[in-house]
Design a protein around this ligand. Structure first.
Ligand code: SF4
Length: 140
């Protein structure tokens, strides 16, 4: 039997649950059941800056500019939470300034209410002298 491959950074609790269920064989190896531990979403692909090394900043991102709606976010997160017990963290940024998404703090609250860590990366232009950071920490 090939050596089991565990390709998920899930917690030891998840791993123990996987091991208890036993391995799956797919013909090319033996795998344990897992779910994602981290979900990365892009609240918006719009940005106020023009960093040349960034596809959005350089104007070469091959997608129309838009922001994710709260309902879209909820749907994606709920999918990532199934099967339950694996997802631990949601990152809220990619090619855009996340604080330009009007529903960002609502997304943080929704994730936090499900016991998930949240984090983001920002250019800092909309932090309002610490007020936004305080609202984030209160949201989740
Ligand atoms: S998303 Fe980030 S890296 Fe890209 S242009 Fe905006 S601030 Fe710069």
């Amino acid at each position: 039997m090939p050596k089991p491959v565990i390709c998920n950074e899930g917690s030891s609790k998840c791993l123990a649950a996987d091991l208890a269920k036993g391995p799956l064989e797919n013909g090319s190896g033996v795998f344990f059941r897992t779910g994602p531990s981290t979900l990365m979403v892009e609240p918006t692909n719009v940005c106020n800056l023009h960093c040349p090394a960034c596809p959005t900043g350089a104007g070469i991102l091959n997608r129309p500019p838009r922001a994710m709606s709260f309902d879209e976010f909820k749907g994606i997160l709920n999918q990532a939470l199934d099967p339950p017990g694996y997802l631990r963290r949601v990152t809220l940024f990619n090619y855009g300034e996340p604080f330009l998404c009007k529903d960002l703090l609502r997304m943080v609250r929704y994730a936090a209410d499900r016991g998930l860590e949240t984090f983001t990366s920002t250019n800092g232009q909309f932090l309002g002298g610490g007020k936004i950071a305080t609202r984030w920490s209160r949201a989740g």
